[in-house]
Design a protein around this ligand. Structure first.
Ligand SMILES: Cc1cc2nc3c(=O)[nH]c(=O)nc-3n(C[C@H](O)[C@H](O)[C@H](O)COP(=O)(O)O)c2cc1C
Length: 201
């Protein structure tokens, strides 16, 4: 059975367009395959901003950690374990103030860990995650895909590539603040339906 990790990051989970599209995609995938889905809602405060104590813990050998440090390491360890177990990652990425939600950034700060998901070599950094597909559903009030104002796409593609996830597809639901909202959502949904036919490796 294939494992899917679904990451939600809208601050409005109940009305979120990106979350709704992700759920529709997952429904569609389940019509074709038996999958196990882990859902993680990053908007609920469970993944706070990274701080120095936690970062120092990662670089402290397990046998030298204090009890408090063992506790501090649990969050990143759990998020990395979820990611490692996933064959596919479905990430929602609403555009907030020309970037990604800060909760999603806090997740990235937890999973991009030297020695765990990437390592430095003589030839530069190498990602340690392999054989994963990823779909990123980006919802936006405006329209920025393909323009220099789309600060999400290159960033998310680069950071996921950094940890070894190179098979990344983007679905954009744009112009959601305008009258074309239904067209945009319908187009995004159709693209996701097409992808669901061949979704999981
Ligand atoms: C705090 C905040 C900041 C936003 N900033 C932008 C922005 O910079 N550019 C944009 O196109 N839309 C912006 N929007 C609109 C959202 O991208 C849009 O409502 C999108 O549907 C949010 O995704 P969601 O429906 O999954 O929550 C912003 C919305 C919020 C709540």
């Amino acid at each position: 059975m294939k494992n899917i990790l679904a990451l939600y990051s809208s601050i409005n989970p109940d009305q979120s367009q990106s979350s709704r599209l992700a759920e529709q995609y997952l429904d569609e995938v389940q019509r074709h395959e038996t999958v196990s889905i882990i859902r993680r809602d990053l908007s609920d405060g469970s993944v706070p901003h990274l701080n120095s104590q936690e970062f120092v813990t990662w670089n402290t050998a397990s046998e030298e950690r204090t009890n408090e440090q063992h506790k501090l390491a649990e969050l990143s360890d759990a998020l990395i374990a979820e990611l490692e177990a996933a064959d596919m990652i479905v990430m929602t990425a609403p555009m907030y103030n020309f970037g990604i939600p800060s909760s999603l950034k806090a997740w990235i700060d937890r999973i991009a860990r030297a020695g765990r998901t990437f390592k430095y070599t003589e030839n530069g950094p190498v990602g340690l995650l392999n054989n994963k597909q990823m779909i990123i559903i980006s919802s936006r009030g405006g329209k920025y895909a393909g323009t220099p104002m789309d600060t999400q796409t290159d960033y998310l593609r680069d950071v996921m590539k950094f940890v070894g996830v190179t098979d990344v597809s983007f679905i954009y639901a744009e112009g959601l603040a305008t009258a074309t909202i239904d067209d945009s959502l319908e187009r995004a949904l159709q693209e996701l339906r097409d992808m669901a036919q061949t979704a999981v490796i």
